[in-house]
Design a protein. Structure first.
Length: 336
């Protein structure tokens, strides 16, 4: 555990804190290659960090300096626990302030997934941790509720986190299969007839779901589970007439489902199953005059117990920082 020493102010507004780290090897990992991690924290928090021996000196205005010290201490504790520090981990610590880190612990059979106040979802290949408070609440609701909605712009982790929770519940034996679906709707252009059999035709629409799965499961394991029908990835139209029991079901891009399709999918819910509906109301690709099933479901189902609605904004975008800026620009314009 690093120790912190507050030194006299450099000026009336600027002060410095000195952090001493007992394990120099962990300090090297904290700083990153060529002190890349320190540079990232400096840029985003408006402080200066000087690395000398086993000490880091943080210089800046009081609030920024204290926040940077907290981030550095949290990252070092992560290393002490035997875990790595990746850019995503830094991003999470920068976004999650002390209040968010201390808020909310899930109870019940999923309690083991929450280490202290941290939300962690274990999969075969990696452990996934929400980076924002909205993501944290979303993951908690995925475990707590039989039906959950994730609504917000692209890049906020709606589908990624849902698939992670699905994989976790499958490998822990809470469900027998994972079913991933989305409407086969083109994004504003007509692709014409696609070559191959039915699988070849629909796979391009399903690729984002394959990408998420491949992040959490080894490739051979994914292929085997798909072959055994333990994981199903299919267009929404293929869901009619089925009862989805003991399954974790995800409907992605739900803004492109019609009202009838949405009702059809929601009423597939069987015993022992969970459903997650994700979508972005600003990216509806349905023909003009066709109402979005996501909007209708949001209007009709709010207030029903065991159904949660989770909302994301540009602040929750965890892709490239430019994605958040692009979303905010379009939202400010209001024409699209």
């Amino acid at each position: 555990m690093p120790t912190s020493i507050l030194t006299p102010p450099v000026s009336s507004d600027i002060a410095e804190s000195v952090l001493e780290f007992p394990d120099n090897r962990l300090l090297v990992d904290l700083c990153g290659p060529y002190d890349r991690n320190l540079a990232d924290i400096e840029q985003k928090m408006g402080v200066q960090i000087i690395h000398r021996g086993n000490q880091l000196t943080v210089i800046g205005e009081d609030a920024s300096r204290k926040a940077a010290v907290t981030v550095l201490q949290a990252l070092y504790q992560r290393l002490e626990a035997g875990r790595g520090v990746e850019p995503g981990d830094i991003d999470r610590e920068l976004r999650m302030g002390p209040a968010e880190r201390a808020a909310g612990v899930v109870t019940g059979e999923q309690k083991e997934l929450f280490k202290g106040s941290r939300v962690e979802v274990a999969t075969r290949k990696k452990t996934v941790e929400p980076r924002t408070e909205a993501q944290k609440t979303y993951v908690q609701n995925l475990f707590d509720n039989e039906l959950a909605f994730g609504i917000g712009p692209a890049g906020t982790g709606k589908t990624y986190l849902a698939v992670a929770v699905g994989v976790n519940m499958f490998i822990s034996g809470h469900v027998d299969k994972i079913i991933l679906s989305r409407p086969a709707v083109e994004a504003g252009e007509r692709l014409g007839f696609l070559p191959g059999d039915m699988k070849d035709k629909v796979d391009p629409y399903m690729q984002p779901l394959y990408d998420a799965l491949n992040d959490f499961l080894p490739g051979k394991m994914t292929a085997k589970l798909i072959e055994e029908k333990k994981i199903e990835i299919a267009p929404l139209a293929f869901m009619r007439g089925r009862t989805l029991s003991n399954a974790f079901c995800v409907l992605d891009e739900a803004q492109n489902a019609t009202s009838m399709q949405m009702k059809m999918f929601l009423t597939r819910l069987g015993e022992g199953s969970r459903m997650v509906i994700t979508g972005d109301r600003t990216q509806i690709d349905l023909p003009r005059g066709v109402s979005s099933g996501l909007q209708d479901a949001e209007r009709l189902l709010k207030g029903i117990k065991k159904i949660s609605f989770n909302y994301f904004t540009a602040k929750d975008v965890v892709r490239h920082p430019l994605v958040a800026a692009i979303i905010e620009a379009y939202e400010a314009d209001g024409t699209i």
